[in-house]
Design a protein around this ligand. Sequence first.
Ligand SMILES: *Cc1c(COP(=O)(O)O)cnc(C)c1O
Length: 404
Amino acid sequence: MNNTDIIGLHQQFVMNTYVPSIPLVRGKGARVWDADGGEYLDFLGGIAVVTVGHCHPHVTKAIRQQAGKLVHVSNLYYNENQPRLAQKLVERAGLGESRVFFGNSGAEANEGLIKLARLWGHDQGRYEIITMRNSFHGRTLATLTATGQVKVQKGFEPLPVGFTLADFNNLESVRAAITDKTVAVLTEAVQGEGGILPATPEFMRGLRQLCDEKNLLLLCDEVQCGMGRTGKWFGFQDYDAQPDAFSLAKGLANGYPIGAIVAGPKLANLFQPGHHASTFGGTPLACAAALATIEAMEAEHCLENAAKMSELFMGLLQKLAKKYSFIQTVRGKGLMIGVICDRPCKDLENLMRARGLLALTTNNLIMRFLPPLNITAAQVRKAARIFADSCAAWQQQLAAAPQA
Ligand SMILES: *Cc1c(COP(=O)(O)O)cnc(C)c1O
């Protein structure tokens, strides 16, 4: 099938929930190819999922081997990979005595966090969770209600009860949202969909103190900013604040579906048989993919590389910000980088793709870059060159058709 065949078939039979751009059929490292042979440098990484690059040989080998050995048995039986992966996550989280629950996606992991919090507060009649404006927590009914963006909620009312919004990076607004029903505060350390906006150190530290003072749980959604993305294993580790539990998904298994909750001492032993479950959660195959991803990250020093390549890429982008007045700022952490434009930048994304660079517009005004964590300096320079060419082309377009 060529590009046209794939697009035609898709448009006939697949629900119209997305607006895909090009059909991709093959990937290697930071490069992907479409069905007509077009090559792209992938600085989106499947939205912060492809941690060590497409079809990483170590991960591919682990998936192949495990697929030939045992794929799924259900959680009625032990499997060797699930506890090994749980141990690795617990050790890297550093929350003290912790336990892990495995699911299949970010939304499912956040649902688990919400259930943990509700169960913890149940005897005291506390169930309200404070979440942040512009956050993103998923598309299930509970997680879209937790999400601080009206656009994901519209049309699906009535929404579940028990969620209250506060302003990100505004501790007083969180304090003001607390009632006698509040049980937890849920936040990302770096807002992803909301626009690649890092929490301030004062906010994260303040949240931890506030939660301690009011006997609330601090929950972190690490679905996008976790697994090395920020240059630390987990986004909260850049701050002087530890959550009571956090969720993971996107980058955990390099593209193989998996989600997880890591719960620290207050919550690790709360769920008991019957409280929570997931048929596909923590299969031998998913856990093998995640274990291999972590091994590859360590072998290739991905945390250090993310920090180093972040500096290089941000520096190159800052130069362009000086040159083009439509770029307002460049911000982010590690390889979670946003270029904030003064107008909707979908056209810029299209110009980049036409020149062989994939990235994604988020929140209308923000060009978001989430490359693999083992990206090389040469690839970063190439991406910056293509981005510069695309900016020049956009500048010309804008000059030819000025905004009304
Ligand atoms: C993507 C994302 C989710 C939802 O993950 P799914 O796997 O799509 O359900 C939740 N939280 C954050 C921060 C995300 O970026």
